[in-house]
Design a protein around this ligand. Structure first.
Ligand SMILES: NC(=O)c1nn(CC2CCNCC2)c2c1CCc1cnc(N=C3C=CCC=C3)nc1-2
Length: 324
């Protein structure tokens, strides 16, 4: 596992003559003091941590080498790292600052999102009003747009993976199951064909096809029927999230994963009384079984539901609306 990309950090200092000197610094586990656990996955734990020198707080994801090898997850680990190294310039994506390792573990030093999960806030308020739904959906869409422009498909978008920073802006996380388009030519071919060629990310460590399926309530019908993810699969999940912010629960939920999958492939969902009409039109044009017929990101940004909503830099400078 090569410490590529963010293996070193950069520190700006002022020398005796007052000039700014940029020094490359190599961080290690001893440079941080580790605090509480923020979350645990099947082969990683995420800790709150503080840089002993700068006192800046981070989230550090610790992956146990022995477990990764035993569970044949080396590909997933490298896909997450390559993905995070690709997605470095967007306020809506958790940023990777450093990576390093010791004898037993790999370490990713990431943005801390002190606001926790968007889902946690939604559970407290029950539902979001239209203004909050529009603002947070716009931020999620802006982040998806950047991801797709860099040839990354998340494949497991859900409110649990949408975190909130100290300004209550969103940051998308957990790219361990992302799919990377190898190059823009492939990305264009994928867009034209509406499906994704088998590229990196769907074989296990022995090269056997290991088709990944996301979280039941947000998985797209094409992943369930053809085993193929495409950029439009993230927009299906986006449609589920918009619905959930306004209703308080996802559109497709049943007593078991199998029954949830049945609801998805048969498009069995309903809008409760009073569901806002513009939002309903948007969700209906996203929850479309044929991925090639779903709204594209540009069409979504121009949809009536987002009338008056800024995207791009303005969106991230706007103060988040009070959640209610
Ligand atoms: N899997 C990850 O990469 C990851 N997991 N977490 C914690 C999870 C807790 C359960 N829901 C999904 C996230 C994080 C990250 C990235 C980096 C990251 C940055 N900040 C936080 N912050 C949290 C603060 C309070 C509660 C949970 C998370 N968490 C993470």
């Amino acid at each position: 596992w090569q410490e590529r990309g963010a293996a070193v950090g950069v520190r700006r200092e002022t020398d005796a003559s007052g000039r700014t000197v940029v020094r490359q610094v190599k961080k290690g586990v001893r440079d941080f003091s580790f605090g509480r656990i923020l979350g645990e996955g099947s082969y990683s734990s995420v800790y709150l941590a503080t840089d002993r020198q700068t006192l800046k707080e981070y989230a550090i994801k610790v992956l146990e080498k022995r477990h990764i090898i035993k569970e044949k997850k080396i590909k997933y680990v490298n896909i997450e790292k390559d993905t995070l190294n690709r997605l470095t310039e967007h306020p809506g994506i958790v940023r990777l600052y450093y990576t390093f390792q010791d004898q037993n573990s790999l370490y990713y030093v990431l943005d801390l999102c002190s606001g926790g999960e968007l889902l946690g806030v939604l559970k407290k308020t029950g539902t979001f009003d239209v203004e909050c739904t529009r603002f947070y959906s716009a931020q999620i869409l802006d982040a998806i747009s950047y991801m797709h422009s860099r040839g990354v498909i998340h494949r497991d978008l859900k409110p649990e993976n949408v975190l909130l920073d100290d300004q209550m802006n969103i940051k998308i996380t957990d790219f361990g199951t992302a799919k990377l388009l190898q190059d823009p030519r492939e990305a264009r071919r994928q867009m034209e064909r509406g499906i994704l060629d088998p590229s990196r990310g769907d074989e296990d460590d022995d090269g056997r096809a290991a088709s990944f399926v996301g979280t039941a309530e947000y998985v797209s019908p094409e992943l369930l029927t053809h085993k193929n993810a495409c950029k439009a699969s993230d927009l299906w999940a986006f449609g589920c999230i918009v619905y959930q912010l306004l209703v308080g629960r996802p559109p497709f939920k049943a007593g078991s994963e199998y029954l949830t999958f049945q609801k998805i492939v048969h498009l069995e969902y309903e809008f409760p009384q009073g569901f806002p009409l513009a939002a309903r039109d948007l969700v209906e044009r996203l929850l479309v079984l044929d991925p090639s017929r779903r709204l594209t990101i540009e069409h979504i940004k121009n949809h009536e539901f987002f009338d008056g909503q800024a995207f791009g830099k303005t969106l991230w400078r706007t103060k988040a609306p009070r959640l209610r």
